[in-house]
Design a protein around this ligand. Structure first.
Ligand SMILES: *Cc1c(COP(=O)(O)O)cnc(C)c1O
Length: 391
């Protein structure tokens, strides 16, 4: 028996993220494999690092297995001692704090300010004391945090290192300076959820020339192997602390293809961001939600599109309501300061009420390079339908 019912057209789910091949990634991987240098510091590593150096102006770029590893390398370079503390926003990924905690630092969790969702300079100023060795700003969603405020809070503490966790901010700018060029060190992520990807990967950007030699040693299992290959010494040996941080050249091949296509990737992401903003901003006042704020002196990196709903109940209902319509938004960071790990590694308890509030109300819409205008329309429809049903 054949059914006479109309065939029901079900649209495929819109995923939250979908990494895409943008160009010659697979050809480059084949070239890397055929070339026979599969480990770190190979030909594609050099080509990818050269593109990143051009963009950032860094003194040295060390490609790592992840952003977490790059943060760990920066932590090792600080030579942390018992009693040292590092200031980290409570509203970030665990690695921003964990990398320093596992090198022996205690963490001072700082609240965020509600405009950029980055470090709150006023709270930061109250946390500063003689124990602080580093401050780790995150440019949330690829929008520079309040760097004027952060730099002012650090003005009386010249010995404190600024380490930018720039996992979201590659190609973003603050006052015409590239994000990632503002600190002594900065880190990047090429995890599949970021703008430029290679599966798992990252980079340490060394902005102070005086750190370069030692960073290379720690990067290469504590040896002066890099100096050996540069012909600066005639044999290499164990010199210092370190670990195996290097990204395989196979992944660097994938990464190089993505970096070559960065203008295309960024303009696709910009189109998605602007499409969402155009469709959603007319409804913000009616439903009491707010969209991302990009200050005038900031060029954002188009890493994500978030919406702040009026309260936690509405946010959770919209997450669920959109899911029922085949669209997958998601929440974001759960506050670190009152997490189990955060409490374990905190120097002392701190109050982060803005982090708690923002975390409870933030929703991220599906966001990736190949999201079409039709997908965006569907995501916004699902969002508004869920919101209308709830309110
Ligand atoms: C993704 C992310 C990380 C971790 O990146 P990995 O490459 O997965 O280690 C660290 N910090 C922030 C802010 C991130 O978004």
């Amino acid at each position: 028996m054949t059914s006479h019912a109309e065939p029901r057209v079900t649209l495929p789910n819109i995923r939250f993220n979908r990494p895409a091949v943008e160009g010659p990634e697979l050809d480059y991987i084949a070239e890397s494999v055929r070339g026979g240098h599969l480990s770190a510091s190979g030909p594609f590593t050099a080509r990818a690092a050269a593109l990143l150096r051009m963009e950032s102006g860094a003194q040295e770029i060390l490609l790592t297995t992840s952003c977490t590893a790059a943060l760990e390398l920066s932590a090792m370079l600080l030579d942390l001692r018992p009693g040292d503390t590092v200031v980290v926003p409570s509203f970030t990924f665990t690695s921003s704090g964990l990398a320093f905690a596992r090198e022996g630092a205690r963490i001072l969790f700082c609240d965020i300010e509600p405009v950029t969702l980055g470090l709150d300079p006023e709270h930061l100023a109250t946390l500063m004391d003689d124990t602080v060795r580093a401050v780790v700003p995150v440019h949330y969603a690829g929008v520079a945090c309040d760097m004027d405020g952060v730099l002012a809070a650090l003005a009386d503490w010249p010995q404190v290192s600024l380490i930018e966790d720039n996992a979201h901010g590659l190609y973003g700018r603050w006052r015409d300076r590239p994000l990632g060029s503002l600190g002594r060190f900065s880190t990047l992520s090429f995890h599949e959820t970021k703008n430029i990807v290679c599966g798992e990967g990252g980079a340490l950007l060394v902005n102070d020339e005086r750190d370069v030699d030692r960073a290379r040693v720690l990067y290469d299992k504590g040896t002066n192997r890099q100096a050996f290959f540069l012909g600066q010494v005639d044999k290499y040996s164990w010199k210092d602390n370190g670990s195996s941080f290097g990204m395989s050249d196979i992944l660097a091949a994938y990464l190089f293809a993505q970096l070559q296509r960065h203008t295309t990737i960024q303009s696709k992401r910009r189109a998605v961001w602007e499409h969402y903003e155009r469709l959603l901003s007319p409804h913000a006042a009616e439903f009491g939600f707010r969209l991302p704020i990009v200050p005038a002196h900031v060029e954002q990196a188009y890493h994500m599109f978030y919406v702040l709903l009026p309260d936690n109940a509405t946010r959770d209902a919209v997450l669920k309501g959109m899911g029922a319509q085949g669209v997958n938004p998601t929440f974001h960071y759960v506050p670190l300061h009152n997490s189990d790990g955060g409490r374990r590694f905190a120097a002392r308890p701190t109050e982060c009420p803005v982090t708690e509030d923002i975390s409870s109300r933030l929703l991220r819409l599906p966001f990736y390079n190949s999201l079409t205008p039709t997908d965006c329309d569907r995501a916004v429809d699902a969002f508004l339908t869920a919101l209308r049903t709830f309110t």
